[in-house]
Design a protein around this ligand. Structure first.
Ligand SMILES: CC(C)(COP(=O)(O)OP(=O)(O)OC[C@H]1O[C@@H](n2cnc3c(N)ncnc32)[C@H](O)[C@@H]1OP(=O)(O)O)[C@@H](O)C(=O)NCCC(=O)NCCS
Length: 157
């Protein structure tokens, strides 16, 4: 596996992944809408095929991971992508990484904590509010848990 920038060859794949996994080219995080084309991104490649994507947004004093997807799970793709983003963030002299996941996403919660992130906040009802702007956000996850709240996690690099 290797990690690379998004190129002309892979940009369509990236747009399709966001459409499929995140319901379009916009993601709402803590009340702010992020457009895919405004974000930094890295893609994971195995045998010439894209298998994962991380996107992040650089802010004044910190960075926020906006999305992370590994199409084949438990093969180290998520860890490799997150590390690549963190290296870039550190190279840009930001030492704090923030990310948000939803209350139903128990696997992501385990994964991020294993990667050194700590829970700092629960934004109760924030996804219910985001759903009013982006009605495509599902109400119930595949695991049957109602989707309501954002969990904020932070890592100091
Ligand atoms: C969350 C996600 C990015 C993890 O990526 P991944 O490539 O499967 O993770 P890794 O293989 O690097 O796993 C690293 C560790 O995280 C934990 N982990 C990952 N998937 C897990 C699972 N399904 N159950 C429990 N722990 C898990 C494990 O501790 C794992 O280490 P181990 O395999 O040595 O035990 C991936 O499952 C995914 O794309 N999920 C769907 C999208 C999503 O929810 N993204 C995050 C919210 S933005």
């Amino acid at each position: 596996m290797h990690i690379e920038r998004v190129t002309k060859k892979t940009e369509e794949w990236v747009v399709q992944l966001w459409d499929r996994e995140w319901g379009g080219s916009t993601m709402i995080s803590r009340g702010t809408a992020y457009r895919l084309d405004q974000l930094k991104a890295r893609i994971a490649i195995i045998d010439g095929n894209p298998v994962g994507l991380v996107t992040w947004h650089m802010k004044e004093s910190e960075a926020e991971i906006i999305s992370l997807n590994a199409l084949i799970e438990r093969q180290g793709i998520g860890t490799a992508l997150l590390q690549a983003a963190e290296e870039n963030i550190l190279a840009a002299r930001k030492q704090k990484v923030v990310l948000v996941t939803s209350n139903d996403n128990l696997l992501a919660l385990a994964f991020y904590q294993k990667c050194g992130y700590r829970l700092t906040e629960v934004l109760v009802g924030s996804i219910d509010a985001a759903r009013e702007k982006k009605p495509g956000i599902p109400a119930i996850a595949d695991n049957g848990i109602g989707i309501h709240d954002e969990l904020v996690l932070v890592k100091h690099l």
